[in-house]
Design a protein around this ligand. Structure first.
Ligand code: PEP
Ligand code: MG
Length: 831
């Protein structure tokens, strides 16, 4: 059996010609001591006699018989050329070059295997692009080498597996990837994640990111124990620390500008990344280019230099994490924590070390190893994941600066300016101190990049992807940057500058007013009350929600008590949490929604049957009917709390028939009788079209309805709410969805009941206006959205909103509904 050690595999290589490819593969064999360097001559001569193209993009260069004496030890080396190289006269492109040095006929074994590989197109494709050397080893020699099998996550047997759908709005990016790696490390487990025929070690962040996982991707998780599998799949389902209530980012759309200058020299347009309007002078910032040449040295010294640079970079990042955390910027700290993980990515470091051992200089080796991964991410057909390449580039630069003995980059200038840059890394943005910058525009980048997230956190206007022409703007050019419109206006007239100042004042006043008025009761301009509540799941979040202006809690998703752990919370544990929440709210309403498991929320330790259509199966109340062992203890916990806290309301999710509601209510009544508790205000969620159509029958029997627009949209339009390609169409402002809300409100009104909305549409300013116009009396939104929703409502009279809603119902699609709100006259109300 021929051995194929890791050092004889070079993945992701490039070669400009067949000769260059043969030179590289010969160098691998010579470097490992298998052949004398002169063997290359034999390989080239052999190629001159007959082309060694084997088929399916594989070539097997080897020496002539008269150079066999130059072989010291039989072996093979593999050069993977994902971009291919032209091989023979027949125009064949080769992507796998298997260099053979066979002193006897041992190479026949490898040829046999290669013939098997040739017959398998998918395998050839995989081997030509894989970043996993073990895959190559297994395919060509039948097993991973001892060094690989001994590696903690490379064992062949990960017998426990499960499928899970990725719920993260931004897909698998560095932050959740870091959470996953940390979890696996804590568990001491071996876990792999598979998707689309590719597989990644959960401990290797780069491998994980390279899978290109998007919201809705179905992954197979394999683990070495059932407990690890459960913990990992649970954590993935719970979002790995990401806020799952955010909508998936739609493709960036330039919004209608609220303000436009009349006379400017030139306009540079990009993609809006962070709102705000500033006036100032421009300054171009180009980080110094790092010139890395290969300066081979003694391998041990180079390896030491690399190690020192990695340690120094780690210390810098630790400092940044601490500094950001101390300043209360948890989001920024999390970004640098992800950088810390990227820095220690095992695959990158291992490749760099291998290159060093092959005789390359440390800086060249690290640039090459990390550069390959950056290129891989940039290639992924997804702007969000490609944006992660910027993070990796940032880490790369941090290490290279150390290796090259260069100082820090300094994006800040003497006076605050509008910064124009090719791109900015999170490290650049973290260096901006308060007031040192007016805003920035980048030639590249995307609105979901971490840089954009940091800009929003800093409250700086930012525009990205404005094109490289931006960098030709001379420093000191007077300009106006409008983050909302995604535009940089150059050389504006004096009148425009004045108009921009006035607009700035208005915006500042609006923001201050919204913040200052956040504790005022939610209402339209003419005083029609609309209660603005918060969607929170835990008592610990209550003080923050109240401080943001919440008038109550319109949705407590109790399933999170189950999702964030690995066993069913006991009745007592649940009671404690509900009691703490009810107590924290005082007199304010608390709507506890009973368990809504199923669909995208699976709880592995419950051992539920897998369903083909989980969103249409035993979900929400249907599951509760099947599992009284879960439902009854929950009802008892809620009822005990309700006995002492009259602010507690209960609502049932996924009600689709009248029978559903009556059956659930009967169970609650039994529990109340058992515990001698009074009546509890009771509602149903309207999130299935049948429930909206049945609202006239349900209304006399309920106390309130709460519309779950996330599911109502999904079920009305038959569009999976997690589907990445449908994300832009799954808009609750679709008139078909609004018709169902209107029906619900009419039915409730006829029986003196009220309707709230707790789905995402309630926190969208357009949604808030239209839903209010439809007659909704309560909007339950995520806490940070509260001041803006209240402010938006205060700008309009109820009659205006009613008229708007009536027109919305007759529109052909969601985009037309959204366009209608632009016809409202904000000036009328801002006065
Ligand atoms: C909804 O469907 O709109 C809703 C609020 O419930 P969830 O998002 O928890 O399914
Ligand atoms: Mg729902």
């Amino acid at each position: 059996m021929i051995n194929l050690p890791r050092s004889l595999i070079r993945l992701g290589a490039q070669a400009s010609s067949k000769q260059a490819a043969i030179e590289q593969v010969a160098a691998l064999l010579a470097g490992a001591g298998n052949v004398d360097p002169a063997y290359l001559g034999g390989m080239l001569a052999r190629e001159g006699q007959a082309n060694t193209y084997l088929g399916s993009g594989i070539a097997i260069p080897h020496g002539t018989p008269d150079t066999r004496h130059l072989i010291r030890q039989t072996g093979i080396a593999v050069l993977q050329l994902p971009q291919g190289v032209a091989w023979g006269e027949g125009g064949e492109t080769v992507r796998l070059v298997v260099g053979i040095a066979a002193a006897s006929d041992e190479h026949l074994d490898i040829l046999r295997r290669l013939t098997r590989v040739l017959a398998d197109d998918a395998l050839v494709e995989q081997l030509s692009t894989t970043a996993d050397p073990a895959l190559m080893q297994r395919a060509l020699t039948g097993e991973a080498t001892a060094e690989e099998s001994a590696a903690p996550t490379r064992g062949p047997d990960l017998p426990f597996s499960a499928q899970v759908t990725l719920p993260n709005p931004l897909g698998m990016h560095a932050r959740p990837g870091t959470m996953l790696a940390n979890l696996v490390r804590r568990l001491g487990a071996r876990v792999r994640v598979e998707h689309g025929g590719q597989s990644a070690d959960a401990l290797r962040l780069m491998e994980l990111l390279s899978l290109g996982l998007k919201r809705g991707s179905v992954l197979t998780v394999r683990a070495d124990s059932e407990a690890a599998l459960g913990a990992v799949t649970d954590a993935i389902r719970a979002g790995l620390g990401d806020d799952l209530s955010l909508a998936a980012p739609a493709a960036p759309v330039r919004r209608e500008a609220d303000w436009r200058p009349a006379q400017v020299g030139a306009t540079i347009e990009g993609v809006p990344a962070s709102d705000g309007l500033v006036i100032g002078e421009t300054r171009v910032y180009r980080p110094a280019e790092l010139h890395v040449t290969d300066q081979p040295g003694e391998a041990a010294a180079q390896a030491q230099a690399l190690d020192d640079a990695l340690n120094a970079a780690a210390a810098e990042l630790d400092g940044l994490i601490e500094q950001q955390a101390r300043a209360g910027h948890a989001d920024r700290a999390a970004i640098f924590r992800a950088h810390r993980e990227l820095l220690t990515d095992e695959g990158t470091v291992q490749d760099a070390v291998n290159l060093v051992l092959d005789g390359h200089g440390a800086a060249w080796a690290y640039q090459r190893a990390s550069g390959e991964r950056i290129a891989q991410l940039q290639k992924l057909d997804d702007p969000t994941l490609a944006a992660r390449a910027t993070d990796l580039g940032d880490v790369q630069r941090r290490v290279l600066r150390r290796l090259l003995g260069l100082g820090e980059d300094h994006p800040e200038g003497a006076a605050p300016a509008i910064l124009l840059a090719p791109d900015l890394t999170p490290s650049d943005t973290a260096r901006f101190s308060e007031g040192s910058l007016l805003g920035f525009v980048t030639a590249q980048g995307g609105p979901t990049s971490h840089t954009a997230i940091i800009a929003r956190g800093l409250g700086l206007p930012a525009v990205v992807a404005a094109g490289t022409g931006l960098l030709d703007v001379p420093d000191g050019t007077p300009a106006i940057l409008d983050g909302q419109a995604g535009a940089l206006y150059l050389n504006p007239s004096a009148a425009d500058v004045q108009a921009a100042r006035a607009r700035q004042e208005t915006l500042r006043a609006e923001l201050d007013r919204a913040r200052a008025d956040r504790h005022r009761p939610g209402a339209t301009r003419d005083g029609a009350r609309v209660e603005i509540a918060a969607n929170i799941n835990r008592a610990a979040a209550a003080p923050g929600a109240l401080d943001a202006g919440a008038e109550g809690v319109g949705l407590m998703r109790t399933e999170f008590l189950f999702l964030e752990r690995d066993s069913v919370p006991t009745e007592d544990e649940q009671e404690r949490e509900y009691r703490a929440m009810a107590g924290a709210l005082g007199e304010r309403t608390l709507i506890i929604r009973t368990l809504d498991i199923g669909g995208d929320k699976d709880v592995p330790y419950l051992g539920l049957e897998r369903e083909d259509n989980s969103f249409l199966g035993l979900r929400g109340i249907r599951l509760c009917f099947e599992r009284p062992d879960l439902f009854l203890p929950q009802l008892r916990a809620i009822v005990r709390v309700a006995r002492d806290h009259p602010n507690v309301h209960v609502m049932f999710p996924m009600i689709s028939t009248l029978e559903d509601f009556r059956r659930a209510r009967a169970l609650l009544d039994d529990v109340r009788a058992e515990l001698d508790a009074p009546r509890i205000p009771l509602g149903v969620m309207i999130e299935v079209p049948s429930a909206a159509l049945l609202a006239p029958q349900l209304a006399p029997e309920v106390d309130f309805f709460s519309v779950g627009t996330n599911d109502l949209t999904q079920y009305t339009l038959a569009m999976d709410r997690l589907h990445p390609q449908l994300a832009r169409q799954t808009d609750a402002m679709h008139p078909a969805v609004l018709q169902l809300v209107a029906l619900t409100v009419q039915a409730a009104d006829a029986h003196g009941k009220w309707v709230g909305v707790c789905g995402g549409a309630a926190g969208d300013e357009v949604g808030a206006l239209i839903l209010t116009g439809l007659g909704v009396k309560e909007l339950s939104v995520s806490a940070p959205q509260i001041p803006a929703v209240k402010a938006a409502l205060r700008q309009h009279d109820l009659a205006t909103l009613r008229d708007l809603a009536a027109r919305a119902l007759t529109q052909p699609d969601a985009a037309s509904v959204r366009a209608l709100t632009r016809t409202l006259n904000p000036g009328e109300v801002r006065a």
